[in-house]
Structures are given as structure tokens and as C-alpha cells.
Design a protein around this ligand. Structure first.
Ligand SMILES: Cc1cc2nc3c(=O)[nH]c(=O)nc-3n(C[C@H](O)[C@H](O)[C@H](O)COP(=O)(O)OP(=O)(O)OC[C@H]3O[C@@H](n4cnc5c(N)ncnc54)[C@H](O)[C@@H]3O)c2cc1C
Length: 525
């Protein structure tokens, strides 16, 4: 028997939780999360959330900074809308109980980050994301109109395809009727019919061997929408954080904040050379993408696994006082940052592209919305301005809730959807096939589709990925579902999209850099 709900929300980060709380005022909400409700990218956000709050900052300055960071590839209409609606959404977060740090005069303690020309980052110490996650999820748990299902994995979106019709990407009337959801604890697949479906599944960091993202970030939403024949765009724009602590096997990777370089730490290669001066006159303080590319080149040229961040020339007492978390994390690995250099490596951090949506967060599939990191709204262009992603998530969650709620009365459940078929499947005998292919996908993307790309590397990546795709599809057809298998399949889909879109862009633009086309040739907007 299929279950029915007005809104099905897939994902419990800032985007999914905000949408759920607003939609619950208009109808019944199912909120599902593939693990616990609080294990999200949102929880790990450190810096904060950008918004214009006081003079001398202005909306115009925030718009300009965003477009500049995005290399002019942003959609200016979207940038203006998001930046101007952000302050109202911040006030709502505060009214829901999120406590941003304030100065002694009562005004917000606004931080300034790379690329921002003004102080405009609201934060709570260095754990803003955790506070937002905790506050919103507590409200969601208590809301009488919201049912929360943890350990429930959305496998596929339901469209006319499941009614036996031919659905291809040129069809303009594809409609979403809900999703097939796998209860990973009880190993049951249920059909959840919804009037409105919201994909809020976050990013794709686990496509790479080193990432700041938690293990949940496997691009499930993008892969589901792609399989349902929705449009995906700008997947080649992946932001790598230049300095995560080199500690193989640790997931997520521990971030070494840019503030440490701002404080005087310098990057050195394995020969002790301050190599950044060869790449940019600003040395270790060059922008994120330039530093990440320089580190990548040094590692590839020398065959090294990491470079060093050196703080040993800085005053030890001040260093420890200002960076207590980094000090204690490094000490736990027997690295005393006042005496030893810190081994660092770039890590996949944020996806600028994703599911193409309109100004209200609706995808190219009717009644299917995508919000948060999974969406490509046009805000970030070819590179994201720091702390603009949490802001984008709350603005679009609000817009999507308002826009979709207006459709509830005129939308009916599609009741002729068949149940999930288990025919021909058995329990997997060898999980090693899944885990090995998962690692191989990460290796292919890290080695060939990382920070610096070339036609040769992309072509090789595609051919290698195709072999794993065929093996995995074969396994998927005959094996009973598991979360790992579904995630592997989704990562392969997402990896394919990254490679395809990177191959099609014959220029270097923002986060996409290729040695075969080192210059920029096109202006989109
Ligand atoms: C270390 C770190 C620091 C950051 N710092 C900042 C910052 O300071 N400022 C800023 O603006 N941004 C920052 N970001 C980026 C920002 O945190 C994310 O872009 C944002 O939190 C994404 O929110 P979301 O709601 O879209 O997704 P997430 O918070 O990632 O939530 C995704 C949800 O989807 C669920 N899910 C996924 N797939 C499925 C499935 N198949 N079925 C069911 N559920 C599923 C997950 O379980 C999870 O609940 C940072 C990111 C990281 C990793």
C-alpha cells in the first residue's frame, strides 16, 4: 500500500529543514534522511552565513562581490534576488532561536571572509552550522504536521516512466509523483506518493578521495533527477578547499582554516621552498582557487601526497591561543604546530552546479523542487563566494515553500503507480565488489578530474568509469538494495556528469581549469 503526503522532503540539512517548517503550515510533510537527521553538510559549516546587515555595507556591494567571485558567470537577476531577500530570512532564523554572536553594543559580530569587501558574515563562534542544524531540527521534531523518518533512503523519483510511458529529456510535461524510499533498517521499499517532492540532498564531496564533506554527500539527488530526465548543469564547477589536514582515511577531512594563512603561516613544498611566490605575487595569501591549483601542481610534479603549512616562525603562545582547535587536532596526531610543519592537501568542498531550477527552486520536472547545495540556481556562477551557500539555501527554501504550497489544492495524487519490484534480486554475496568500485570511482575522479584537467585525463576517466558503470548496473539488476550500492550507482552517475560537462567546456573558467584551453572564451550572462 502506498503512503500519501502533501510534501515529501528528501534531506534534513538547512534547506530541507527550513522548507519543512514552512510547508508544514500548509500541509502534511514527510521528511526523510538517509542516516540520522543531524548528520549533514550543514552541521560542519564553520564560517557562517552571509547577509548585508549594516551600513557601510550595501546590497549592491554584496551583489558585486558575488558576481566577481563567480567570474561573471552568475545570473544577475538571481544574485540580486537572493542578496536582497537574505536579511529577512536571517531575521526568521533568529526568531526560530538561532543565536548569532553579537558585540557588546548588541550589534551582530560580522566577520569578513575572502572575496567579501565588507564585514557581513553572521556566525556563532566557529560552529555556526551545528547551531543552525540543532535549532531547526529540534523544531522539526516537535512540529505536529511533520513526520521525520531517519535511515530512509530515497532510491528513485516516480514519474510517468513508472506508468509505462516513454519519458525523455525533451519532454516538457514530466511530472514527479513522489519517490521510492528504502527503509535501510527494516530492508523494505515503500512507495511514497506526494503532491510536491523536494530534493534537498546536499553535495557530492565523496566523489573524491579527500573531502571536507561527511559520508552522506554522494550526489544522490542529482543522480535521481538525472535518471528521471530532469536537467543538470554546471557540474564542472567544483570548489576544492586548498588546505585540509593530510590524514589518509579520515572522513570528513579536517579543515585548516584560511585564517591561519592570514595570520602568517606559509605553504612550503617537500624541499622546504615557499612555492606560492612562483604562482602569484600574493604568495600564500592568493585566492582559494589559485592556491589549490598551485598545491595540486606541486604535488603532481613531485609525486608528493601533500605539501606543508608552516607556522613554526610565529609566536607559539599567540598561535595556540588563536587556533586552539587546530592545535589540539594536530597534537592528537603528534604534530606540534609550534615546532612541526602541518601536512596539508586540497579537499573537494562544494559543488556550484547541480539540478537546474527556476527562481522558485522548481526543477524542469513539474512539482519537483531542488533546494540547497543540490541545486544550480545561477547564484554562484563559476565559483562560490564564501558563506553564500547557507544563505542561498534559506532563501530558496522559503521561495519553494511559498510557490509549491499554492499548488496543493489543484494537485492530486497519482494512485496508479506500481509498487517497487524485487523480482530477480537476491542478497549480495560480495559487498567487496561495491566497496572496491566505490574506491575506484574516487580514485578516477581524484587522479583525472581534480583541480587541473586536460582532454587526455578526462577521456581516460570516462573510459575507466564506463567499465565500472557496466559492472555496477549488472550488480544492481540482480541484487537486493543496500545503501552502499545505491550510493555507488549515484556517484557513478554524478561522476559521469562532471566528466561530460568538463569535457564540453573548451575554456578555463572559475573552478574549471584545463591545460588544453587555459584561457576564458565565453561570457554566459
Ligand atoms: C566543512 C564545511 C564547512 C562549510 N562552511 C560553510 C560556511 O561557513 N558557510 C556556508 O555558507 N557554507 C558552508 N559550507 C557549505 C554548506 O555547509 C552546505 O552547502 C550546506 O550546508 C548544504 O545544505 P543542504 O541542506 O543543501 O544539504 P546537507 O546539509 O548536506 O543535507 C543533506 C541531507 O540530505 C540527506 N540525503 C542525501 N541523500 C539522500 C537520500 N538518497 N535519501 C534520503 N536522504 C538523503 C542527508 O542525509 C542529509 O540529511 C561548508 C561545508 C563544509 C563541508
Amino acid at each position: 500500500m502506498a503512503e500519501q503526503t502533501d510534501f515529501l522532503v528528501i534531506g534534513s540539512g538547512i534547506a530541507g529543514l527550513t522548507f519543512a517548517l514552512k510547508a508544514a503550515e500548509k500541509g502534511k510533510v514527510y521528511l526523510i534522511s538517509k542516516v540520522g537527521i543531524d548528520e549533514t553538510n550543514t552541521k560542519y559549516a564553520q564560517g557562517g552565513i552571509a547577509s548585508v546587515m549594516y551600513h557601510p555595507d550595501s546590497l549592491e556591494k554584496h551583489v558585486r562581490d558575488t558576481i566577481e567571485a563567480g567570474h561573471g558567470f552568475c545570473n544577475e537577476e538571481v544574485v540580486r534576488m537572493v542578496v536582497s531577500e537574505a536579511p529577512e530570512r536571517i531575521r526568521e532564523l533568529v526568531s526560530m532561536g538561532v543565536k548569532f554572536d553579537r558585540n557588546s553594543d548588541g550589534r551582530y559580530d560580522l566577520a569578513r571572509e575572502g572575496g567579501h569587501t565588507e564585514h557581513r558574515i553572521l556566525h556563532h563562534k566557529d560552529n555556526t552550522g551545528e547551531i543552525i542544524q540543532k535549532t531547526l531540527s529540534e523544531r522539526v521534531r516537535k512540529h505536529p504536521n511533520i513526520k521525520v523518518y531517519k535511515k530512509h533512503f530515497a532510491v528513485d523519483l516516480i514519474t510517468q516512466h513508472h506508468l509505462g510511458e516513454l519519458v525523455n529529456r525533451t519532454r516538457k510535461d514530466i511530472c514527479c509523483f513522489g519517490a521510492y524510499v528504502f527503509d535501510t533498517e527494516n530492508e523494505k521499499v515503500s512507495t511514497v506518493l506526494s503532491k510536491i517532492t523536494v530534493v534537498a540532498t546536499g553535495g557530492i564531496g565523496n566523489l573524491y578521495q579527500t573531502t571536507t564533506n561527511p559520508v552522506i554527500a554522494t550526489g544522490d539527488g542529482i543522480a535521481m533527477v538525472y535518471r528521471a530526465k530532469g536537467i543538470i548543469e554546471n557540474m564542472e564547477f567544483i570548489q576544492f578547499h586548498p588546505t585540509s589536514l593530510y590524514n589518509p582515511g579520515e572522513r570528513p577531512s579536517f579543515l585548516i582554516t584560511e585564517a591561519l594563512r592570514g595570520y602568517g603561516a606559509v605553504l612550503r613544498n617537500s624541499e622546504g621552498e615557499k612555492f606560492m611566490n612562483r604562482y602569484d605575487e600574493r604568495g600564500s595569501l592568493a585566492p582559494r582557487d589559485i592556491v589549490a591549483r598551485a598545491i595540486d601542481t606541486e604535488m603532481k610534479v613531485r609525486g608528493d601526497d601533500y605539501v606543508y603549512l608552516d607556522c613554526t616562525h610565529l609566536d607559539p603562545d599567540d598561535l595556540v591561543e588563536n587556533f586552539p582547535n587546530i592545535t589540539s587536532k594536530c597534537l592528537s596526531l603528534e604534530i606540534d604546530i609550534t615546532n612541526d610543519m602541518i601536512p596539508v592537501v586540497p579537499a573537494a568542498h562544494y559543488l556550484c552546479g547541480g539540478v537546474k531550477v527556476d527562481i522558485n527552486g522548481e526543477s524542469t520536472i513539474h512539482n519537483l523542487y531542488a533546494i540547497g547545495e543540490v541545486a544550480s540556481t545561477g547564484l554562484h556562477g563559476a565559483n562560490r563566494l564564501a558563506s553564500n551557500s547557507l544563505m542561498e539555501a534559506v532563501v530558496y527554501a522559503h521561495r519553494a515553500a511559498v510557490n509549491s504550497s499554492a499548488k496543493l489544492e489543484t494537485t492530486v495524487y497519482q494512485e496508479s503507480v506500481p509498487e517497487w519490484s524485487l523480482e530477480g534480486t537476491s542478497h549480495p554475496e560480495e559487498m567487496v565488489l561495491v566497496t572496491q568500485n566505490y574506491k575506484e570511482v574516487q580514485m578516477i575522479l581524484s587522479n583525472y578530474v581534480g583541480i587541473v584537467r586536460s582532454d587526455l585525463r578526462l577521456d581516460r576517466a570516462l573510459r575507466r568509469l564506463e567499465i565500472i558503470y557496466n559492472e555496477t548496473e549488472e550488480l544492481y539488476k540482480k541484487t537486493f538494495l543496500s545503501r552502499k550500492l545505491c550510493e555507488l550507482r549515484n556517484l557513478i552517475n554524478v561522476g559521469y556528469l562532471v566528466i561530460k560537462m568538463a569535457s564540453e567546456r573548451h575554456e578555463s573558467l572559475g573552478l574549471h581549469y584545463t591545460i588544453d584551453y587555459p584561457k576564458r572564451i565565453m561570457q554566459k550572462f
